[in-house]
Design a protein around this ligand. Structure first.
Ligand SMILES: N[C@@H](CCC(=O)N[C@@H](CS)C(=O)NCC(=O)O)C(=O)O
Length: 93
């Protein structure tokens, strides 16, 4: 599986729960997964979203925001809340 993140999985003070990309990564880690982390850089708003990573995220999901989880079957889970839910429901066995 591959986790697309902004610039990394470092902590940030962003309210209400901190850095969404980190939260998604930590939830996957806690569930026993070891996702490949792909940094997309840029920004979700024009014109800074034209990085290859952001374009790929847009091709997969129709939008440029991260975090996005790409599963091995090619399906995607978009947004930290949904990725956390997916991780909790799908612990690595
Ligand atoms: N509600 C979304 C918010 C995601 C979010 O704010 N992602 C940041 C990166 S951590 C982002 O893409 N911001 C816009 C940008 O990078 O230009 C979630 O929880 O996944």
């Amino acid at each position: 599986m591959k986790l697309y993140v902004c610039y990394g999985t470092f902590p940030t003070p962003r309210p209400p729960h901190g850095h969404p990309c980190r939260n998604a990564y930590k939830a996957l880690e806690k569930a026993g997964h070891d996702p490949e982390v792909e940094r997309v850089y840029g920004a979700a708003f024009l014109p800074l979203n034209q990085t290859p990573g952001r374009r790929h995220v847009k091709e997969m999901t129709g939008q440029s925001w991260v975090p996005v989880l790409e599963l091995d079957d090619g399906s995607t889970v978009q947004g930290s809340d949904r990725i956390i839910e997916w991780a909790e429901a799908n612990p690595r066995t």
